[in-house]
Design a protein around this ligand. Structure first.
Ligand code: NI
Length: 213
């Protein structure tokens, strides 16, 4: 993932909800292509797109590449030995993770709710329920098999991005149409009545999870 020459950088456009390519399963990446210069260049272009479009994850279909790979910004496990003193409030360190031909091999019986947004659905947010933890497998950019267990926010982001590879957008998962709100309305949620549009929704800021019960 070398730095691109900004002179030659032309970012692919975002594909948004309604495009048929976002509503059907994407094709597996041929394994022999993973790790090649061409594929690395496309990964790099996807990274640049995620940064430019200000996402915390992006799936290849969102830039019109209907193939099974995505990027996610994951919270890395904190390493207290390297944490600079006095920066405890900076939040956990983050790392950019690429998943190629990923799959979910197990999902927890515990579920949780969160506000989700998507670069392919600008202006909208949704109160969405998903398993709280998932065990996943896939390939890294070198073509090596990787297994991982994600909990919390990482599990949420992985499942959202994985959904893109399956032709699923988060609004399709809304349990009730009222759970879809415009971004500006969500920002005014302190004016909402208690329980609108669902239990826990008003008092759960974007980026946090709400556990039932
Ligand atoms: Ni998305």
């Amino acid at each position: 993932m070398a730095e691109s020459d900004p002179q030659s950088l032309v970012l692919p456009s975002l594909v948004t909800m309604g495009h048929p390519g976002l509503a059907r399963p994407a094709a597996p990446v041929p394994e022999h292509l993973v790790g090649t210069r061409d594929f690395d260049q496309r990964l790099d272009l996807l990274i640049q797109s995620m940064v430019a479009y200000e996402g915390i994850g992006i799936a290849a279909p969102q830039v019109g590449w209907f193939e099974r790979f995505f990027l996610m910004v994951a919270e890395a496990p904190a390493d207290p030995s390297t944490a600079p003193e006095g920066e405890e409030d900076a939040g956990p360190p983050q790392e950019l993770v690429a998943w190629i031909n990923p799959r979910i091999v197990e999902a927890s019986e515990e579920w949780c709710w969160a506000w989700e947004g998507c670069l392919s659905v600008p202006g909208l947010r949704g109160w969405i329920r998903r398993p709280a933890a998932v065990a996943v497998q896939g390939l890294n950019p070198r073509g090596e098999p990787v297994s991982m267990e994600y909990r919390g926010w990482n599990a949420r982001v992985f499942q959202h991005e994985y959904d893109h590879l399956e032709g699923m957008l988060y609004p399709y998962r809304a349990a009730h149409p009222h759970h879809l709100v415009m971004t500006g309305e969500l920002e005014r949620r302190e004016e909402w009545p208690d329980g609108w549009p669902a239990t826990g929704a008003r008092d759960t800021p974007p980026g946090e999870l709400f556990f039932e019960g």
